[in-house]
Ligand binder design. Structure first.
Ligand SMILES: Nc1ncnc2c1ncn2[C@@H]1O[C@H](COP(=O)(O)OP(=O)(O)O)[C@@H](O)[C@H]1O
Ligand SMILES: [Mg+2]
Length: 455
């Protein structure tokens, strides 16, 4: 692993300082063991000082790193939420919040660094004193004839080398706690393994397949108290439209995301054409799926490029065909460069409804065996929605279509409706069947009608 290599390199550089130090001491000992004592004597004092100071400074550096983290967070929120902040007149409040974080970070940095810089004068003081003694006692020994001037000069050189080593070490000591905090974070990401990658290469779908079956599937977000999906079972057949209805927070998005394995279920199993999706490599599962997420995310680039994210080698005709089913042709051709018009980062230069239609076209161009639409028509007007659904019906043909929505009236025609309430199935059936014997569904329809009456 790259990071580990970097860490070993750092370790080697760190070893350099003690080696220089020990080398100087050994050389000194070979010349005059007694005088060498004046080189070694300051060692315990220096080690003690380093130990005491870094014991105080390391926690400070750790918290500094965390505070830096929070400062970045506040800064990022301020930049991405700029319009929201302005619209709610929160500019001053946000400024205060940012200033507070900023002052907090700089205070901690000051304290930590003040501690660390106090190390250098202490070390210099001690080492220079040992140098004085060295010259003092060296002078007596030269006078007594047991030491030569050149040998004393060598001693002074060794002392210099030791000082240099100690300086390097103190720089390292400052860097280590910070590097350790950062390295741990990087390692956390690198060490996360994608769990149970299936290996069943024999599995493949032919056009017209895409039978999806949920068997007692439960799922809980990591760290959450309650499962958001509870023992859900249903079967979505090829050539049919299965609707998943439920209010906000019912678990529709979560349920949909379990299918391309964006999250892995805790218990139960999801089967695609009779094979557990855990036994199929992720890429194979995803290759069969045309997924339109609730939040239509587009990339910086041209419209054609964005649609081709669904299928790299789509021809121009295929791209245009997908766009026409998604009812995007009209607004795309009204743009200056048509399909070659550039989208801004995250597609912010087109409207929400236009973004949604491009995201739909991106899924359609794959010609998948299984379509997943997560609240994908919410930003479309009634007329566009009707046209799109009619075109989609024809295009999907023998594929399996799953539509998650909270708008009951839009999925009356679905072959099968799964009513989701707080993560559990409250009823399965056609519109008529559910109207007869599913209270949750009745309530949803009634609420919708009441809304229409008042409107
Ligand atoms: N990333 C997440 N981490 C933890 N809880 C989540 C996350 N996303 C959604 N939830 C919780 O799961 C529940 C279902 O959410 P979601 O599947 O988005 O519902 P829906 O799409 O039906 O509105 C919600 O109560 C929400 O609080
Ligand atoms: Mg949702």
């Amino acid at each position: 692993m790259k990071v580990q290599q970097m860490l070993t390199m750092l370790l080697r550089v760190m070893l350099m300082a003690p080696l220089m130090f020990i080398g100087a001491v050994i050389l000194a000992l070979t010349i005059d063991p007694v005088l060498s004592m004046w080189l070694i004597a300051p060692l315990p004092i220096i080690v003690g000082a380093v130990f005491l100071i870094s014991k105080k400074a390391v926690p400070l550096f750790k918290s500094l790193q965390q505070k830096n983290d929070r400062l970045t967070l506040v800064l990022r929120e301020g930049l991405t939420g700029l319009r929201t902040i302005r619209a709610f007149n929160r500019v001053d409040k946000e400024q205060v919040r940012f200033n507070k974080m900023n002052v907090d970070v700089s205070d901690t940095a000051m304290n930590a660094n003040k501690l660390m810089v106090s190390l250098t004068p202490i070390m210099m003081f001690v080492l220079n004193f040992s140098l004085i003694f060295l010259i003092w006692f060296g002078a007596f020994r030269i006078e007594g004839g047991s030491l030569m001037v050149g040998e004393l000069m060598a001693f002074i050189q060794y002392a210099m080398q030791m000082m240099f080593a100690v300086t390097i070490a103190s720089v390292m000591i400052v860097a280590i706690p910070r590097a350790a905090v950062s390295a741990n974070r990087i390692l956390e990401v690198l060490d996360t393994v994608s769990e149970d990658q299936g290996t069943r290469e024999t599995w493949h779908t032919d056009a017209g397949k895409g039978l999806l079956e949920f068997r007692q599937v439960s799922f809980r977000y990591p760290g959450a108290e309650k499962p958001v999906i509870q023992e859900v079972s249903f079967t979505a057949k090829p050539g049919e439209t299965t609707a998943i209805v439920g209010g906000t927070g019912a678990g529709k998005t979560t349920l949909i995301q379990l299918i391309p394995r964006l999250f892995a279920g805790d218990s139960g199993s999801i089967l695609l054409d009779g094979v557990d999706i855990r036994d199929i490599p992720h890429e194979h599962v995803r290759a069969q799926i045309g997924y339109v997420p609730q939040q239509s995310f587009l990339f910086k680039g041209t419209i054609a490029e964005n649609i081709r994210h669904g299928y790299e080698s789509a021809t121009d005709e295929e791209v245009q065909h997908a766009a026409s089913i998604a009812q995007a042709t009209e607004f795309v051709s009204n743009m200056k460069d048509g399909f070659d018009s550039t989208l801004a980062q995250q597609g912010t230069n087109v409207s929400g409804g236009q973004r949604q239609r491009l995201a739909i076209a991106r899924a359609l161009v794959r010609k998948p065996g299984l379509y997943l639409f997560d609240d994908s028509f919410s930003a479309l007007d009634f007329h566009t929605h009707t046209l799109l659904r009619q075109a989609l019906q024809k295009e999907a043909g023998a594929a399996t279509v799953i539509i998650a929505t909270q708008q009951v009236e839009s999925i009356k025609q679905a072959d099968q409706i799964v009513v989701l309430s707080e993560g559990a199935v409250a009823g399965i059936g056609s519109h008529e069947e559910l109207l007869k014997d599913c209270t949750v569904y009745q309530e949803m329809v009634a609420a919708k009608q009441a809304e229409e009456v008042t409107a």
